[in-house]
Design a protein around this ligand. Sequence first.
Ligand code: GLV
Length: 309
Amino acid sequence: MVLSLICPTKDPIPWVAAIQAIAPDIELRVWPDDGAKDDITFALVWAQPQGIFAQYPHVQVIASMGAGVDNLLQDTSIPEQAAVVRMVDPRLVSQMGDYVLAAVFNHGRQFPRYGHQQRQRQWQPLPPTHLGQITVGVMGLGQIGQSVAQRLVQAGFQVVGWSRRAKSMAQVQVFAGQPQLPDFLSASEILVCLLPLTAETENILNAETLTQLPLGAYVINVARGQHLVEADLLALLDSNHLAGACLDVMRQEPLPQEHPFWSHPKILITPHIASLTDPVSVAPQIVENYRRYTAGRPLLNQVDRRQGY
Ligand code: GLV
């Protein structure tokens, strides 16, 4: 019964420290020096080399270090019997709310335009915006999306939401499924993408859907780069249908040096930092799942592998 951390792009040390601090009895190893692969029953992973689970014949639980499991689930070497779980971190959820509010206010109070004017030494008040009249559309109403929508309501925005299945939420008009997507889009003056990445949601932000946003709409993508067809966004920014975009995630990360997003005057980029899993905050749920697995009890935050989230 050994837990291995397989996370080539993340520093494993804070994760090991956070787990050891509360569960010194759990034997931890770190890939690639995790010894006999036969011993490993529980894997904690991020950006694992694809196909790696073929080396771990006894792995029973695979825990994603993040909220998203899209990259993990693409790995066809995950054994049929293994359970996949993800992190549900209250700190990650609140950080996402902070980021989206910052992006919405930044655009709503026209900071980018004033920044441009400042560089021109131009003292020029722009027509004021009334934030209470702006409708923000949240795409994806899972734990993170619902919390972000509530934060936007509390901040005084009109909020609409879209999810695969109908949901009821206080003060948020919820649209459901493909048939109601056009009505959701046409109401969203600021669109926030918080969808899980699945075969159904890949490329969902494309020329057809983005054109249904109102003229002058703003797009915030904090989900996955693969949700957005980059060339379609650029065309709609350049034709002035869209006013701008704030992007935390890219199809290719790090964003390649020659990519047009870097220098586009209407695009604000952050390097996938909107919300990050905090090892100290999630160590209790990793340990809890380890204990549940050893006791044969149902796991927390288990992913439906067929559904993809
Ligand atoms: C970050 O992108 C995550 O999925 O946690």
